[in-house]
Ligand binder design. Structure first.
Ligand SMILES: Nc1nc2c(c(=O)[nH]1)N[C@H]1C(S)=C(S)[C@@H](COP(=O)(O)OP(=O)(O)OC[C@H]3O[C@@H](n4cnc5c(=O)[nH]c(N)nc54)[C@H](O)[C@@H]3O)O[C@H]1N2
Ligand SMILES: Nc1nc2c(c(=O)[nH]1)N[C@H]1C(S)=C(S)[C@@H](COP(=O)(O)OP(=O)(O)OC[C@H]3O[C@@H](n4cnc5c(=O)[nH]c(N)nc54)[C@H](O)[C@@H]3O)O[C@H]1N2
Ligand SMILES: [Mo]
Length: 695
């Protein structure tokens, strides 16, 4: 038996735990967390521990396959890789000649590792339409902080004395982050947690602000009100480095804690307490969610208000506060610079036709170099501003979209649907050609961690069936499309060497560190860089009043507006649908639509459930585990009731990605934030009705 080093590629790019794979006769017989890896130091969560059931799952796609008969009829014919790639390349060239290269969409789902090369393929082919899950995850938070500060600013948790955790549940979503927050707590850092639900983090916090979903902006403005009233803000920073402060001060007059309590349900004295902790304890940092605050129709403006708290309290770009660090590779700062942007061919975008969404969410497109995936189904249906005909999806899942049935129907109108995935999902079932992808255990990839750590993995087993790594699929397809010269003539090692060139590392050197290595020459940014360069905004200042928003006809201040559907904005609707619905809070054993087919994970939640407060249940004569309809104005799904005090009275929660009860059927496809195009996944109105006779 050999112990081989690799990573778990299942959850977030910032975690990806180090794994020891015990391999016997070419088969993984056991996995454990890698002790020497700084990301997890020997630990693994339930998903990583279930790796064998994931890799050797009976749903794995084993061979390239071509559709026989009607789309979606489930009839497939095994074909060779050669035939598969020829078929796809011929169709792509035909579509390109008839409709132009822009009519092909290249989409990466949740998986990150293949993105630089898939975006390169899209742009080299001539299509501006590379897109990903960032159309509804993370990027809107980046846009919000760029509007304010011209950059993002990750928290310096290792040196902080106070953490304002604004809608993160790392015990379920990111165990690496959870461990770092716990270490800070051991050093007696204070924790203020903002979350509408009770979570393992809020239980460990010094103060929990349990707000009504979607009212984050009002809460942040309420905290500002107290900071200004009690002179707890950094007047020198404000004076020297911000524009629009006086208008903001005037605007937040109305957000006194009592008024804020009415909007957000957070007791006034807790708003005051939070402001005092944030204003008085230095340094303090904000830990932001990758998505919860921007999964609202008012998300970008709410998130702007939250992030402004950092500058206003003098915690921006300081040790132990939020520290501006440019991403080095795939959304992570490792201190080893790479050529990622260059390899993505982002600089070609201005010369390519407009991206999907450039007409509808121009500001988001200006600040984010992808097409807006959420808007794909609208463009398929309308054919405007130009038709879409082909779709290459790597790890694509139509249930990601709000109004998932709308996306599914739209996809059926395309001429070509190609998917690569590990598993035969119901999205793959709709395809014309399906390609088997290799998991992190079967491929070689480069990884960066913010612990200033880097690793180049090697396959620990032969690929399952005839699966290939996505990169190999991309490189070979590029060859068939006549783009070999832009793909290092098929040499992945040469590509990685070019990627890593600015860091001074080569593949050959990294191969000598099978479990990875701390960066030898870290490039570490200073603090308070703005003192030399100003901020990367048009005015070089912190734009409390945003010139870019103003230019696009939006409110320049981070004003608070109610979610599009709420008891306050739509009281009539709230009569029929009196409960607030938030969706998609993470569970530790599932990842979106993934892990439901992995027995250990599934056993922890064997059926679909909606979380509701016991008093709401009592009013509806609903008991634990009863079958109910979870219903919105648009649709209903059948689930079982889970009675829990983790949600407030009046609030319900349902996970997303469960194909037996897809909550995205309940959401209108155009229930979106007008600035980012992000869906309002987390502030909806619903009702829960007991099913008395089972259909
Ligand atoms: N196990 C597991 N881990 C994951 C994922 C997964 O599917 N499963 N997904 C990954 C991905 S893509 C992402 S984006 C991250 C997300 O990571 P997190 O943001 O940490 O996790 P979430 O559970 O989505 O959201 C955090 C909290 O936001 C709260 N919340 C809901 N609505 C609101 C609101 O209106 N305001 C505020 N302030 N809070 C609200 C929820 O109650 C929840 O506790 O997790 C990543 N990690
Ligand atoms: N209602 C609601 N909807 C949501 C959310 C919510 O909170 N509420 N959250 C949103 C967010 S933040 C996100 S990030 C999205 C995520 O949504 P999706 O991108 O749909 O996420 P997954 O279901 O994890 O992954 C899709 C597919 O990728 C495959 N896959 C995984 N890794 C690889 C790989 O390396 N190669 C290939 N070829 N395939 C791979 C998986 O098997 C799976 O079939 O969902 C969004 N949808
Ligand atoms: Mo996400």
């Amino acid at each position: 038996m050999e112990i081989k080093k690799t990573i778990c590629g299942i959850c977030t790019a910032s975690t990806h735990c180090g794994i020891n794979a015990y391999v016997e006769n070419g088969t993984i017989v056991r996995v454990e967390g890698m002790k020497e890896h700084p990301s997890n130091e020997g630990t693994l969560c339930v998903k990583g521990a279930s790796s064998r059931q994931y890799v050797y799952n009976r749903d794995r796609i084993k061979y390239p396959m071509k559709r026989r008969g009607e789309r979606g009829s489930g009839q497939w014919e095994r074909i060779s890789w050669g035939e598969a790639l020829d078929t796809v390349a011929e169709s792509l060239i035909r579509i390109k000649e008839t409709f132009g290269p822009e009519s092909v969409v290249f989409l990466a789902g949740y998986t990150k590792w293949l993105r630089p090369y898939l975006q390169r393929l899209a742009h080299a082919f001539g299509s501006p339409n590379f897109c990903s899950e960032t159309g509804l995850c993370y990027s809107a938070t980046v846009v919000a902080s760029e509007l304010n500060y011209g950059s993002t600013f990750p928290p310096d948790i290792g040196n902080t004395r106070c953490i304002l955790s604004w809608s993160v549940n790392p015990f379920f979503s990111n165990i690496r982050l959870a461990r770092r927050i716990l270490s800070a707590k051991e050093r007696r850092a204070k924790i203020v947690a903002v979350d509408p639900r009770v979570t393992p983090l809020t239980e460990r916090a010094d103060l929990h602000l349990q707000l009504r979903p979607g009212t984050d902006g009002a809460l942040a403005l309420g905290i500002m009100h107290v900071l200004f009233r009690e002179n707890l803000y950094d007047a020198r920073f404000v004076e020297e480095w911000t524009s629009g402060f006086d208008e903001l001060k005037e605007y937040v007059q109305q957000f006194d804690p009592e008024h804020v309590e009415k909007i957000t349900w957070v007791p006034a004295r807790k708003v005051e307490e939070a402001a005092r902790m944030l204003g008085e304890i230095k340094p303090a940092c904000i830990v932001q969610s990758a998505s919860s605050t921007v999964h609202h129709t008012n998300g970008v403006q709410n998130h702007r208000a939250i992030t402004l708290l950092s500058g206003l309290t003098g915690n921006f770009d300081v040790k132990g506060g939020n520290w501006v660090q440019p991403e080095t590779y795939l959304y992570t700062f490792s201190s080893a610079p790479t050529n990622e942007k260059k390899i993505r061919l982002v600089d070609r975008l201005p010369d390519l036709p407009p991206r999907i969404g450039q007409d509808k969410v121009p500001l988001w497109c200006q600040l984010h170099s992808e097409a807006q995936s959420v808007l794909i189904p609208f463009q398929i249906k309308s054919g405007k501003p130009y038709p879409l005909k082909g779709f290459i999806g790597m790890g694509a899942n139509y249930r990601m979209w709000p109004g998932s049935d709308f996306m599914k129907e739209a996809m059926k109108e395309l001429d070509l649907l190609v998917f690569s995935d590990f598993f035969m999902t119901d999205t793959c079932q709709m395809g014309d050609v399906v390609l088997p992808a290799a998991t992190s255990f079967e491929r070689s990839e480069m990884k960066h961690w913010s612990d200033r750590y880097i690793m180049l993995t090697k396959p620990v087993i032969e690929p399952v069936g005839e699966s290939w790594s996505d990169i190999r699929i991309i490189f070979e397809l590029a060859g068939k499309l006549g783009l070999n010269d832009q793909f290092w003539n098929g040499d992945y090692e040469a590509a990685m060497n070019e990627m890593m060139a600015p860091s001074g590392y080569t593949v050959a050197e990294l191969e000598t560190f099978p479990s990875g290595t701390f960066i030898k020459n870290p490039v570490i940014p200073d603090f308070k860089k703005y003192e030399k360069e100003g901020f990367q905004t048009p005015s070089k200042k912190v734009e409390i009043s945003s010139s870019l928003l103003k230019g696009c006809g939006f409110d320049p201040l981070p004003v608070y507006r109610e979610p599009k559907y709420s008891p306050i904005s739509t009281p009539e609707l709230a009569k029929d649908y009196p409960l607030i619905l938030t969706t998609g809070s993470r569970l530790p054993m599932f990842l979106h639509s993934e892990m439901y087919n992995v027995p250990w994970c599934r056993s922890l939640r064997p059926y679909s459930m909606v979380d509701m407060n016991p008093s709401d249940a009592r009013e509806r004569k609903i008991n634990q585990d009863d079958w109910v309809y979870l219903e919105t104005k648009r649709n209903r799904i059948r689930v079982r009731a889970n009675l829990t005090e983790t949600v407030l009275k009046g609030v319900t929660h349902m996970v997303h990605g469960d194909k037996e009860a897809d909550v995205n059927l309940l959401i209108e496809p155009d229930y979106l934030d007008p600035i980012s195009g992000f869906p309002g996944f987390k502030s909806l109105l619903c009702e829960v009705r007991k099913i008395s006779t089972m259909p």
